[in-house]
Design a protein around this ligand. Structure first.
Ligand SMILES: [Zn+2]
Length: 392
């Protein structure tokens, strides 16, 4: 059981955080200013960096020595929209009932941020020998943009931390891996013409059909590539699928345009690169030459909607080992949802996902985090003191 004053200050801070309607489309600056104040009050060195539009910012704060090898508590500040008609109370005003704190973002992931901020004064009072960082980012729900900017800042920094704990809602289970999520829209531009003379036009739907056929072949290739590193995922391979297609104007007109919305969920980064390279080569060497033999302006354009790298399971992972020891978990898991973890892992940092509340409540009406989960989270955060004061 965490000390009761910690739980009550977590509740107070969460009440404030939920009150900032930080839907991804809107500003998070008021929340960032509030958190910056709290952290500065306990002596943290706080830096706030804007996204260039003036409406979003990341916060990065440090307690303890100015050295590399620190530990990061990371959370995104944005939330998904909430339709008040579907809620039993105002989504942006915290409501407590039956040991649960309700509000948009309660578990995804303001509960974790509130617990970390509530602990900040206690960390600050210790003689920290290893730095502790707080990373609050923007726009996770729409593509991890804030975390991308933070990763860029860290890449240039000489004080790269080594351990990252991402407090996404896992019911405090220790998550050491998740698949990536790569999303694309590919547009095919042909020429129209009368349906009775198909060879005089470039039928974009027909080209798209071949492209989708190639996606299916690659999906089959990926299905065969199971291994020890994928065994725990469901299904245990990299998947590809086409979710939406749109094109053409009428039955008897050659289709000039077609767009295909497709995605892949790679188990490993190499799979993603292999699929992308194979599809690029197919368009460049096969589809485009045939299209352009009829019409020089024909084209295929692929737009990247989002490329969120997975969190690869590593045999050595200090972040996982620290959190596993603190939570008493015997087993580590992998999950189906994505986080910004892969961005940090790409910098060579060890990363684990562990936070209060359940993903089942995230993005739902009446979202909540239970006091019991916050209590367990505070225990974990308190347990971290040892590695900060007496680093190995
Ligand atoms: Zn989240």
């Amino acid at each position: 059981m965490a000390a009761s004053h910690l739980l009550s200050s977590t509740r107070e801070i969460l009440d404030k955080l939920i009150g900032f309607p930080t839907v991804s489309a809107d500003s998070n600056l008021d929340l960032i200013a509030y958190a910056a104040n709290l952290l500065e009050d306990c002596g943290a060195r706080v830096s706030v960096s804007g996204d260039g539009t003036g409406s979003k910012a990341n916060l990065y704060a440090t307690l303890g020595p100015e050295t590399a090898g620190g530990l990061v508590l990371s959370g995104h500040t944005d939330v998904v929209p909430a339709d008040p008609a579907e809620w039993h109370s105002d989504p942006f005003s915290m409501r407590e009932a039956d040991g649960r704190l309700h509000g948009r973002g309660a578990c995804d992931m303001k509960g974790f941020i509130a617990a970390a901020l509530a602990k900040a004064p206690e960390y600050a009072a210790l003689d920290l020998r290893r730095p502790l960082h707080f990373a609050l980012t923007y726009d996770e729900e729409v593509g991890c943009f804030g975390a991308r900017q933070l990763a860029e800042d860290l890449r240039r920094s000489e004080l790269l931390p080594s351990v990252v704990i991402i407090g996404e809602p896992t019911e405090m289970r220790v998550i050491e891996g998740h698949k990536g999520c790569y999303e694309y829209t590919t547009s095919f531009h042909g020429t129209d013409g009368h349906g009775s003379e198909p060879e005089k036009g470039v039928n974009a739907i027909h080209v798209a059909a071949r492209f989708i056929g190639r996606i299916l072949e690659l999906a089959e290739d990926m299905r065969l590539k199971t291994g020890a590193d994928s065994a725990r995922f469901s299904p245990p391979w990299t998947t590809l699928q086409t979710g939406r297609i749109e094109g053409g104007s009428a039955r008897n007109v050659i289709a000039r345009h077609c767009t295909v919305e497709w995605e892949m969920r790679p188990v490993r980064e190499a799979d993603a690169q292999q699929v992308k390279a194979a599809l690029e080569a197919y368009c460049r060497d096969d589809l485009l030459p045939r299209m352009r033999a009829v019409c020089a302006d024909a084209d295929i354009v692929t737009e990247v909607i989002g490329e969120v790298a997975g969190l690869a399971v590593m045999s050595e992972n200090e972040a996982r080992d620290i959190v596993r020891a603190l939570t008493g978990a015997n087993l580590c898991d992998v999950v189906a949802f994505g986080t910004e973890a892969g961005l940090f892992q790409a910098l060579g940092m060890s990363v684990v996902v562990c936070g209060p509340g359940s993903i089942a409540q995230a993005h739902q009406p009446d979202e909540f985090v239970s006091l019991d989960q916050l209590d367990k989270c505070l225990d974990m955060l308190t347990g971290l003191e040892e590695t900060l004061v007496n680093p190995a």
